[in-house]
Design a binder for this molecule. Structure first.
Ligand code: HEM
Length: 384
């Protein structure tokens, strides 16, 4: 008698999860120190689960990055974590397919590398006028410089400096401060932007938003997304060139910037909400799951990067595995300001070319807030 054919059901596995607390799951650890929690999860496998305010899946392999970032229809921004932060809870960041594509098509040309080149002299003037003196904290210095550069490039310095500073200040604070609503401040900022946009000179970035529907929200979100990301990256850049003067050779510049973006990706975690039941590598993913990708974990994966914790810009001479270097995310939702950020970092380094720097005392280990930041001051001294 022949045996009946074996029909194997598609195997569905569950993602492993780090140790959780009763009732609150991983929420307490997430609020206190998310990086050790992520690292514990990453040691369990390339995709792991978390119990936050809803079920979440975190992955960090290049395949996962492609799976999540390459499918805007399934993985939506609405309902993700960016909606919790008032500075980011609007405009293109909260727009999903199909409107997202049109919105980016309208905005991308103004942020293309070739168009931004016209802003270079202006950025250089601001950087040269603000060279550090004596002892200084690179974190504070970089924040002030980036604010001044955003003021010049976006608003031709027509936005009151006090308002811009007050508006961006919550982004410098640890969690949960950036998540608190600030209706009065936002109203003031919106009013000022609404007056400014129609008269913004063509040469400044705000002009690009004047004709967009919801232009006030868009420019407000863009400046917010530009600020602490670029400022923290610049602070680490200064710290590393102060530690190792050889990194200041002009032919090293692009690789040094990449290495800072690898080791300290300001956007350490991105999230989406899954809009349909799906699966990845046999792991079932239910509709509504919070889906996360993590440039921080991808960039520190020893399977992708040799000695990942060592600062070694030379590694960027070799070809990179696809979807393994994602400081600005990737795909259609890739950072709008990636070229602007690179321009600011490059021009700031150029301005510091003849300036000797030494490290006095520093807390370079990363701390995860709304963006990745050094865990304390990076105290440097200007030597010449
Ligand atoms: C070193 C500096 C920067 C880093 C590391 C960075 C990183 C990122 C990342 C990882 C994302 C994707 C977030 C996600 O969807 O999961 C993103 C999106 C975005 N970034 Fe940046 N960013 C930087 C600077 C800037 C600047 C200068 C601007 C100014 C225009 C900017 C504007 C935006 C906007 C508007 C988005 C949303 C794009 C969309 O959803 O279509 N960023 N950035």
């Amino acid at each position: 008698m022949s045996s009946p054919p074996v029909i194997s059901a598609p195997s569905v596995t569950w993602a492993p999860a780090p140790r959780a607390q009763p009732l609150v799951g991983h929420l307490g650890r997430w609020g206190r120190a998310p990086l050790p929690l992520l690292e514990e999860g990453a040691a369990l496998g390339p995709v792991f689960g978390l119990r936050l305010w809803r079920r979440a899946l975190v992955g960090y392999s290049p395949d996962w990055n492609r799976f999540v970032l390459g499918d805007l229809r399934t993985f939506r921004s609405k309902g993700s974590m960016s909606g919790l932060a008032p500075h980011l809870a609007a405009g293109v960041v909260q727009t999903d397919e199909p409107a997202h594509r049109d919105r980016r098509a309208a905005m991308n040309p103004s942020f293309a590398r070739r168009r931004l080149a016209a802003l270079e002299p202006r950025i250089a003037d601001v950087a040269r006028a603000r060279l550090p003196a004596g002892r200084f904290d690179a974190v504070e210095w970089s924040a002030a410089l980036v604010r001044a550069i955003l003021s010049a490039t976006f608003f031709d310095d027509q936005l009151p400096a006090g308002l811009l500073r007050a508006f961006l200040a919550p982004l410098d604070r640890p969690l949960p401060w950036p998540f608190l609503p600030r209706p009065l401040l936002f109203r003031q900022m919106n009013q000022c932007l609404a007056e400014l946009l129609p008269v913004a000179p063509h040469s400044c970035l705000a002009a690009a938003f004047a004709r967009l529907p919801g232009g006030v929200d868009e420019v407000r979100v863009a400046v917010s997304a530009a600020y602490d990301t670029t400022a923290h990256t610049l602070a680490w850049l200064l710290y590393h060139v102060a530690l190792e003067p050889r990194l200041r050779q002009p032919d090293m510049r692009a690789a040094v910037i990449n290495e800072v973006l690898r080791l300290y990706p300001a956007g350490w975690l991105g999230s989406r909400r899954c809009s349909r039941d799906t699966s990845f590598g046999g792991i079932a993913i239910a509709r509504g799951t919070l889906i996360m990708y993590s440039p921080y974990l991808t960039h520190r994966d020893p399977g992708l990067w040799a000695d990942p914790l060592v600062f070694r810009p030379e590694r960027f001479r070799d070809p990179l595995p696809a979807w393994a270097f994602i400081p600005f995310a990737a795909g259609e939702r890739t950072c709008l300001g990636a070229s602007l950020a690179r321009l600011i970092l490059t021009v700031a380094l150029d301005a510091l070319a003849g300036v000797g720097l030494r490290v006095v005392s520093a807390h370079p280990l990363p701390r995860a807030g709304i963006t990745l930041a050094p865990s304390g001051p990076l105290n440097l001294e200007r030597e010449s």
